[in-house]
Design a protein around this ligand. Structure first.
Ligand code: BGC
Length: 468
């Protein structure tokens, strides 16, 4: 009894860490499920005899699911609760893992990929939202990076899994069966996620919204102690009273500028080409002369570099600031992409292209990858954050869909090959890096160390609008 009282007085950092890690598994599944295609796509192409448009569709169909998923994530998490929404996404991952492994028809495969994509779209909103709502304010920012870390960890794990599965047989076995195991393997992390979700509580913020204040207070006391629970409950009530009602309002009021900038940043994170490497890396390596297994091994190196430099970003973002990291990172991506394009165009040795790809990944992971999400979670004031973030995430997934669908169409286009070999797409992504550097430099405030009120003042919103 005494120890129970002591715990309630102080709260439990271990409890909040555990709950955050479980919720971040949604981010891990997001990485796992979107990047599984990298190992499978070549075998899928041979198995189903896909042309470049259909090959793009095999990769991008899941992303269309993400666009759908993120559109409904807000409604689900409002109506069903955050926890139930996470369970729903876990179930979608599970059904999709099994469903994509079995079909003999391409259309059925695409259907199950889309279903998994809906799960990813839902999780890409629900996991960070849940973490932000349950974590105390002092650690909220760091928690956003935990989510990005979970995404890149998921990507690296599936690269390893793909590689080891591909060793299970020869090319013919991989074309007939290997790719099925790659997708089916997703059932394991989905199952673990679903089981662990039993142990997390509902989001206190949602409980307050639904009038279950006593329950919310109990959970908050477990997180930060009794007095923390009381003050947090009051601030949740105050911020709920301030929320902007409709999406339309966001674009009509003085928020329009910050809305468009958030959307621009989300789109630019994608059109600078990252997921071409996340989803098609083994294909690129094969074109440069690697065998199927070696290409998957080289892809693991891509995943390791991605994860390592994400850690560097997490450690430096609060010291160096968002803008310098973003500008240095995207300038580095520009140089790497131009070098890559030239190497592909003039057919320079493949080691050079590999180095360019790794330099590009390092620059992305150091900056544009995590910092985009940090900026998006900071530039909107509390009263519009949830809705504004879902709009930006919707555009992020839509841009990802367009890039992933069009890469094989550009890369395998005979007219473009005649002029640029396989260099053309890289020049396109390089051009967008220039737009990204200029946009961040000209239009974004440095948000490092600033309070939300200071950031709000930067946007200079007329006070009638800022009240929503
Ligand atoms: C992006 C994802 C990408 C991942 C790669 C994230 O920030 O939003 O689209 O796959 O980084 O590390």
């Amino acid at each position: 009894m005494k120890s129970e009282e002591t715990r309630n007085e102080k709260g439990s950092p271990r409890y909040i860490a555990l709950v955050t890690i479980i919720a971040a598994l949604g981010g891990l599944l997001f990485g796992y499920d979107t990047a599984v295609i990298a190992g499978a796509i070549g075998f899928l192409q041979s198995h189903f005899q896909l042309d470049p448009v259909m090959k793009g569709w095999a990769a991008a169909s899941a992303l269309l699911g993400c666009v759908v998923g993120v559109s409904f994530a807000g409604i689900f998490s409002d109506r069903l609760g955050r926890k139930t929404t996470l369970v729903l996404s876990g179930l979608l991952f599970l059904v999709s893992a099994v469903g994509t492994a079995l079909p003999n028809e391409f259309s059925l495969f695409v259907l199950f990929r889309m279903l998994g994509g809906i799960g990813v779209g839902v999780a890409s909103m629900a996991s960070p939202m849940y973490i932000a709502e349950i974590a105390p304010a002092g650690v909220r920012g760091r928690m956003v990076s935990v989510n990005q870390f979970a995404i890149v960890t998921g990507i690296l794990i599936i690269y390893f899994v793909n590689y080891f599965i591909s060793l299970g047989g020869d090319e013919a076995w991989n074309v007939a069966t290997g790719w099925r195991w790659m997708f089916a393997s997703g059932a394991i992390p989905s199952g673990i996620f679903l089981i662990l979700l039993i142990f997390v509580p509902e989001s206190p913020r949602w409980l307050v919204e639904k009038g279950h204040n006593a329950k919310a207070k109990d959970i908050l006391a477990k997180v930060g102690g009794v007095s923390y629970a009381e003050s947090e409950l009051r601030s949740i009530e105050a911020s709920l009273a301030q929320e902007v009602e409709s999406l339309g309002q966001l674009f009509k009021t003085g928020w329009r500028r910050v809305m468009f900038l958030g959307i621009a940043l989300a789109i630019l994170q994608q059109v600078t080409g990252i997921n071409v490497f996340m989803y098609y890396a083994p294909e690129i390596f094969k074109k440069l002369g690697s065998g199927a297994n070696t290409a998957l091994l080289e892809t693991i190196v891509v995943g390791v570099v991605n994860l390592s430099f994400t850690v560097v970003a997490i450690r430096t973002v609060d010291r160096l600031g968002r803008k310098p990291l973003m500008m240095i990172g995207s300038a580095g991506m520009f140089v790497s992409l131009i070098a890559m394009g030239l190497a592909a165009q003039f057919q320079v040795i493949s080691l050079w292209v590999l180095l360019c790809i790794l330099a590009y990944i390092a620059c992305f992971a150091l900056s544009v990858g995590p910092v985009t999400w940090v900026i998006l979670s900071e530039i909107y004031p509390t009263r519009i954050r949830g809705r504004a973030l879902s709009v930006a995430t919707f555009f992020l997934w839509s841009a990802n869909f367009v890039v992933s669908q069009t890469f094989p169409m550009m890369d395998e286009n005979p007219a473009l090959i005649a002029q640029f070999n396989h260099g053309f797409p890289f020049y396109v992504y390089a051009a967008f890096c220039v737009v990204l550097v200029l946009t961040v430099w000209k239009f974004f405030p440095e948000t490092k160390g600033r309070s939300l009120e200071e950031i709000e003042r930067f946007w200079d919103i007329p006070s009638s609008d800022s009240k929503g």
